[in-house]
Ligand binder design. Structure first.
Ligand SMILES: [Zn+2]
Length: 430
């Protein structure tokens, strides 16, 4: 293979002890970080002046193809939103629609600095195709729901195993597959136990929604006589290979269980606020030593996939919730969006920080903007003043996906048209 080299010169670096210097990439990896500027020994040289370099953001809970459902129904309680709007439309989904929605989400993620994500949905081989074409890194799972029906359970395992077989460890290793039991209230105990057994055997991770609403906690207490994380612990489901999304309603006992079992959490503040689900006790979880990462959830309940905005929402929500402006400072919420996410996905040795030997998943932000002036504290600007539109250049796995806000791998106008048509067709069928 031919060696490909990219030098990012004279740049302000976030997440590395060296505050300013240059980063050299060879093929898919960062091979050197130094304090020199003006070097010329690379095929592609990117001038990093007045720019900030950060690791690609990691979105640990989303549903890419739901971007087609963006703006479909807002300002509703979760149950009405799901039962009356989202699920009826989802009943008409096809692989083609999911591909179009996933491609749109990939463009949105690239344009707002996310290079890795954790996705749960349907027609995941079509989603994988979009992710492969987009050049991003993603962990995918088929969302399994059996509602206690044995036939449905069998079908869900069949589809999950098909996706694992077809997609796991594809696209130069950028795509991984996990098990995706939807939630303890939509999955039977049998399904959850079988997932645990198979995940152990195959060495794959588990992605699940837990305790998003208070209503769902009551349902689990009525059905199993225990709170969701207690119940999941009792049946031997929990472990450090589990990524649990939301975790809004937690007792102190449950926080201890989460910590003890090394469960990884994905906090989704915008979605939780929009659906009035509640406030996850994130600052408490982080103090307790729980690996808490950040996710946007799907675009139908956020309504975008901008992880830079999500960082600000996360920290502001914790401050007002605790009435303490010192909780979840900028650098901590930045860790949630980068290295904690990488750790949740088991990729902490490959991504999440800017280090020699790690994968070249890097994002440059343009700081020459009125809302980022004066160019003072990069971390403060990034979390409190910036948004996804400030992302200038994105590299994933050593490949330039966007430079000077222009997509290099996908055709933005084509993807928007494809998604627009797919969304219109999907709604007309529903
Ligand atoms: Zn979700």
């Amino acid at each position: 293979m031919e060696t490909k080299s990219i030098l990012i010169d004279n740049v302000t670096i976030i997440g590395n002890e060296l505050k300013k210097g240059s980063v050299l990439i060879e093929n898919d990896k960062i091979i050197e970080i130094n304090g020199k500027t003006g070097q010329r020994d690379a095929e592609i040289i990117i001038n990093g002046e007045k720019k900030v370099l950060m690791p690609g953001l990691v979105n640990t809970h989303t549903h890419l193809s739901m971007s087609l459902l963006r703006g479909l129904a807002d300002d509703l309680p979760l149950n009405t939103w799901l039962n009356d709007y989202i699920w009826p439309v989802e009943a008409n989904l096809t692989g083609e629609y999911c591909y179009a929605g996933a491609l749109l989400a990939c463009v949105e993620m690239i344009k707002s600095g996310t290079t890795t994500f954790n996705d749960m949905y349907f027609f995941m081989d079509d989603v994988a195709k979009a992710v492969d074409e987009a050049g991003l890194r993603g962990t995918l799972c088929h969302g399994m729901i059996d509602l206690g029906d044995e036939e449905k359970r069998k079908a869900e395992f069949k589809e999950t195993l098909r996706i694992i077989e077809k997609c796991h460890d594809t696209a130069e290793g950028r795509i991984k597959v996990t098990f995706g039991p939807h939630a303890p209230y939509t999955c039977s105990r049998e399904l959850l136990e079988e997932v645990r057994k198979k995940a152990d055997k195959m060495g794959l991770k588990i992605h699940i929604h837990v305790s998003e609403t208070e209503f769902e906690v009551q349902q689990i207490i009525e059905a199993h006589g225990a709170r969701p994380f207690e119940y999941l612990d009792e049946i031997g489901f929990l472990g450090n290979d589990v990524i649990a999304a939301h975790a809004v309603w937690l007792s102190d006992k449950e926080i201890n269980i989460i910590k003890e079992k090394g469960v990884n959490l994905s906090h989704n503040p915008a979605s939780n606020m929009k659906l009035a689900s509640g406030i996850s006790p994130v600052s408490k979880l982080i103090d307790a030593g729980v690996n808490t990462s950040l996710g946007t959830d799907g675009a139908a309940s956020n309504n975008n996939l901008d992880m830079i905005k999500e960082m600000k929402i996360a920290t502001l929500l914790q401050k007002v919730n605790t009435m303490d402006s010192t909780v979840l400072p900028a650098d901590k919420v930045f860790e949630m969006a980068t290295i904690n996410g990488a750790r949740a996905l088991g990729l902490q040795d490959e991504i999440g920080t800017i280090k020699t030997g790690k994968k070249a998943d890097l994002v440059l932000l343009d700081m020459k903007a009125p809302h980022l002036t004066p160019f003072r504290h990069p971390m403060s600007h990034l979390v409190y003043a910036a948004n996804g539109n400030d992302v200038d250049t994105v590299i994933c796995n050593g490949e330039i996906l966007m430079q000077n806000r222009e997509l290099k791998v996908l055709d933005e106008a084509e993807v928007i048209e494809l998604a627009e048509n797919a969304a219109e067709e999907l709604l007309s069928r529903s």
